[in-house]
Design a binder for this molecule. Structure first.
Ligand code: TTP
Ligand code: MG
Length: 242
């Protein structure tokens, strides 16, 4: 069966509109991302960043063009294989009422405590958890302790890491983290030989990435590393200087 082995991603002339709507959300997007690369997706609100992510684990299918992973059209892959290897950390962390441990191992109920702890250490949330009243057994959500936005984000990242994804999609998942914590997190992610895409509004995050894709109004406006984009993209330069 076709599965995700390396984590190479390829968009070819991808266009997308949500079912039943007339608006083109993505238009003629083409790019390649190599296995293990860290790529930042930068763009204003409404540019289509989340929509682009949703096409990778097939939360939606393209309207035109093709999305390939490891050379295979994602539509030919088994959804189960695809979703097992693609870790998608959504823009809003979705925690349920249950223990910290249950929230992290959600969808991978056979995760061991060693795996859960390792994921939490790397997601930079282990120390916070150890300071909770019942550590990993502490209940979160409506009837449990209140976690801050940044703590929820990190718990949500730990949930993705425990599954050892080959592709990790972080949808603005570090927006509430301070720069130091974010830098530690991104450093720890290098331990996982996974392809990482980070949607961000922060230029500081983008600078750390191997490459940046700049989206505007559903179009891929420019791509390159920080230094080359400064030279080639007026928009990037304006974002950088603002
Ligand atoms: P997004 O893809 O949500 O844009 P974004 O992720 O770049 O924006 P933000 O930084 O604010 O998160 O939206 C692009 C367009 O698609 C926008 O017109 C809203 C529309 N859209 C839907 O119609 N349904 C959806 O489920 C989503 C996510 C977006
Ligand atoms: Mg978004």
């Amino acid at each position: 069966d076709l599965t995700v082995n390396e984590g190479k991603i390829e968009f070819t002339n991808v266009s997308f509109q949500y079912p039943g709507t007339a608006e083109m959300v993505l238009e003629d997007i083409s790019f390649k991302i190599n296995p293990g690369e860290t790529v930042a997706i930068l763009g204003a609100t409404g540019a289509g960043k989340t929509s682009l992510f949703q096409l990778i684990p097939r939360l939606y299918d393209v309207t035109g063009g093709i999305v390939k992973i490891d050379g295979h059209d994602v539509r030919k892959m088994k959804m189960e294989n695809l979703r097992r290897k693609v870790g998608f950390v959504p823009q809003e962390a979705l925690l349920f009422t249950g223990s910290v441990k249950e929230n992290i191992s959600w969808g991978k109920e056979d995760a061991t405590m060693v795996e859960i702890t390792a994921a939490s250490v790397n997601a930079q949330i282990h120390e916070t958890i150890m300071n909770l009243p019942q550590q990993y057994d502490t209940r979160v959500g409506q009837k449990g302790v209140n976690l801050s936005g940044g703590q929820k984000q990190r718990l949500s990242i730990a949930r993705a890491l425990v599954r050892m994804p080959k592709i990790l999609l972080l949808d603005d998942s570090t927006s509430a983290l301070d720069m130091k914590t974010e830098a530690k997190l991104l450093g720890a992610l290098k331990e996982y030989t996974c392809t990482t895409l980070i949607i961000t509004q922060k230029i500081s995050t983008a600078i750390e990435a191997d490459r940046i894709l700049l989206l505007e109004d559903g179009k891929l406006l420019a791509e390159g590393d920080h230094d080359s984009l400064l030279k080639t993209s007026g928009l990037y330069k304006r974002i950088f200087q603002s």
